[in-house]
Design a protein around this ligand. Structure first.
Ligand code: PHE
Length: 470
């Protein structure tokens, strides 16, 4: 029905926006965005916290049911419109459409996430130098170094400054000569380092088989509802979904490549890297008889203690890997924000990158100074931004993106980019219409504690009623 109304201008002026030079360049850049601190820092520790295999299994299901369809949805929106997230929703709906708010939310998410992401990336950078110098002293002394770094505003701000400068430097170069070129260098290096670390973990330590059992043998006793929902939330973060990063990267694609294949490749690589990083890390952890559930400190506190015995030839590549992964994700976060000001406000790329990069840098200082906390919340800025963006901004952005592509976008626009109207297309449409939004809504409702609040309200009303009736 809506086929009659075609997208008015599918070949709008995209001059000056830039394009990926090669399709492998796009794949590496998009995979670079997806693979980041989420895979190497976050995935292993939440897997540890929720008991291993069962969590991994649920996470894999989430990637398939929510992640993959949304990844494809964002790429379709981006390539169809050749626009930043705000422009994309307007172009597919109408100028001034309320759906542009979803794009706006994405731009704001990019701004907020990069501000604190850069602080963690700064820690990774700092640990390269610590690893080169060698970890020395007692286990307590090594572990307390992390606390010193986090609570020293001077050090945290220093490394945050370097990381932001790197991201700004790359994004200023533009799509081909900045993002694509660096992704082509950093991503293969990352794969090689990771493979080396995993081989070391599997074959040179005694923890390999334990690590495999931990990651792949499901034990549902430690999972719980909380674990299921964390797995879903993590699927968003790790695949860079819900904030228009894939819309933006998709917008620099030329027509012709197969989006389904691309979305599968990106999601597959992201998942494999998380699993391989998990194998490498847990092999070392089990080899030394340490505990897997060490939360946030797994990488910065537990591993350095092991690295003292293993040596710098493993620890230095490990933190280089972490930093590379963070850089290719950081540039995608910055690009979302920059693309809006270049496309819609007519700013030059250099001015947009410098001004917005500086803005994000200043916001990041609040997260870098651990002593500062958000007024009235009792939370530090770092935790507040992390919690708010990952648990609210991304799922809400993802939910509306899903509703938009499933219910608002014209069938022709969608099917043209998808490349067919066969059973696969119908299956995707079904997922995006009914399954994905319900799953995402479940996370948001849980995060807001709506179910719990309603439950207690119900109990209170019930007690009140009993009292009243009695
Ligand atoms: N996917 C990145 C990671 O796993 C983080 C990210 C989120 C990047 C959202 C871009 C957009 O670290």
């Amino acid at each position: 029905m809506s086929d009659a109304r075609d997208l008015q201008t599918t070949t709008t002026n995209t001059m000056g926006r830039g394009n990926w030079a090669t399709s492998i360049g796009f794949i590496l850049a998009a995979t670079g965005s997806a693979i980041g601190l989420g895979n190497i820092w976050k995935f292993p520790y939440i897997t540890g916290d929720y008991g291993g295999g069962a969590f991994v299994l649920v996470y894999l299901v989430c990637v398939l049911v929510v992640g993959l369809p949304l990844m494809l949805a964002e790429l379709i929106i981006g390539r169809r419109t050749q626009q930043n997230p705000v422009g994309a929703f307007q172009k597919l709906h109408r100028e001034g459409s309320p759906w542009q708010l979803v794009g706006w939310l994405g731009v704001a998410s990019g701004f907020v996430i990069l501000s604190y992401y850069s602080v963690v990336a700064g820690w990774a950078l700092a640990y390269i130098f610590k690893a080169i110098a060698g970890f020395q002293g007692t286990a307590e002394a090594i572990q307390s170094e992390f606390g010193e770094l986090v609570t020293s505003p001077g050090q945290s701000i220093f490394y945050h400054t370097i990381f932001m400068a790197i991201c700004i430097g790359i994004v200023i170069g533009g799509i081909k000569r900045g993002i694509e070129r660096w992704s082509k260098i950093l991503m293969p290096a990352l794969f090689a380092i990771l493979l080396g670390l995993a081989c070391y973990g599997l074959f040179s330590t005694e923890g390999g088989s334990k690590a495999l059992a931990f990651l792949f043998k499901p034990d549902f006793s430690k999972l719980g509802a909380e674990g299921v929902l964390s797995a879903l939330g993590h699927a968003f973060f790790t695949l860079s979904l819900g904030m228009g990063a894939m819309i933006t990267y998709g917008s620099y694609m030329k027509r012709g490549s197969n989006l389904v294949r691309d979305a599968i490749t990106i999601s597959f690589l992201d998942t494999v890297v998380a699993l391989v990083a998990g194998i490498a890390i847990f092999s070392m952890v089990f080899h030394f008889g340490m505990e897997p559930g060490q939360s946030v400190g797994l990488i910065f506190k537990t591993l350095p203690v092991l690295f003292k015995d293993i040596g710098p030839w493993i620890s230095v590549p490990f933190f280089v890997l972490l930093t590379f992964a963070a850089v290719t994700s950081g540039i995608s976060l910055l690009e979302v924000v920059v693309s809006y000001f270049v496309d819609r406000r007519g700013w030059s790329r250099i001015a947009a990158t410098l001004v917005l990069g500086a803005g994000i840098y200043v916001l990041g200082i609040f997260s870098a100074v651990s002593a500062w906390s958000v007024p009235f919340s009792g939370k530090g800025f770092f935790d507040f931004f992390d919690d708010f963006s990952t648990n609210y901004m991304l799922p809400i952005g993802g939910l509306f993106t899903c509703l938009f592509i499933a219910w608002v976008m014209k069938d022709k626009d969608r099917a043209d980019e998808f490349g067919s109207r066969g059973p696969l297309y119908k299956g995707l449409r079904f997922l995006l219409r009914y399954i994905t939004p319900v799953a995402v809504l479940a996370v948001i409702v849980h995060q807001l504690g709506i179910v719990e609040k309603c439950f207690w309200l119900f109990i209170r009303l019930f007690v009140f009623f009993l009292n009243y009736a009695g």
